[in-house]
Design a protein around this ligand. Structure first.
Ligand code: SF4
Ligand code: SF4
Length: 167
């Protein structure tokens, strides 16, 4: 019997596990502009990310296949982050000694642009402070998930996947 992957046992996926499943964008690509990265390792019947992508950057031959992004086709529109019901899509952009992470955020209150927030890693632990760059609230007619762009230290680019608003 094959071994159960660690992400199924633990409930979260590490970057090392993720990049055994999908390719990691190159440093050059990460610095060029925001790039979408799916953290969706389970074969479930789901495909709204593929359907919403305006450049057909997301390949998924059947809805049970894993989404794989053609990083050169991705224009960083963030629609996949907003529509994913599993909160599994993120965008990453390296800017100098910081990284800007675009992430879904379903909790209220939404932070404000410029606000300092607590950075949380994949297990929900606090790993430092970051700054909100952009807030995109829910689009009521579509029911999308609100998203945030959060500036974090570059070395935390693949660790921070949520924030806590302290008010
Ligand atoms: S960010 Fe936009 S272009 Fe890039 S994969 Fe997502 S939907 Fe497609
Ligand atoms: S919409 Fe989200 S959960 Fe569904 S296949 Fe795409 S990345 Fe996975």
């Amino acid at each position: 019997m094959s071994e159960v992957p660690a992400y199924l046992r633990e409930g979260y996926i590490t970057p090392d596990e993720l990049f055994k499943i999908i390719p990691k964008p190159s440093e050059e690509r990460l610095r060029a502009r925001p790039v979408a990265v799916p953290e969706c390792p389970q074969e479930i019947p789901c495909a709204p990310c593929r359907e919403v992508c305006p450049t057909n950057a997301i390949s998924m031959p059947t809805p049970n296949d894993l989404p794989v992004v053609d990083y050169e086709k991705c224009i960083g529109c963030s629609l996949c982050v907003q529509i994913c019901p599993g909160l599994a899509f993120f965008m990453v952009h390296y800017v100098g000694d910081k990284a800007r992470i675009t992430m879904p955020h379903e909790l209220l209150p939404l932070p404000k642009r410029g606000e300092e927030v607590v950075l949380l890693n994949r297990t929900g632990e606090s790993v430092g402070k970051g700054k909100i760059v952009t807030v995109v609230p829910r689009e009521k007619s579509r029911g999308d998930t609100p998203i945030l762009v959060v500036e974090v230290p570059l070395q935390l680019a693949w660790d921070v996947r949520a924030v806590r608003v302290e008010r």
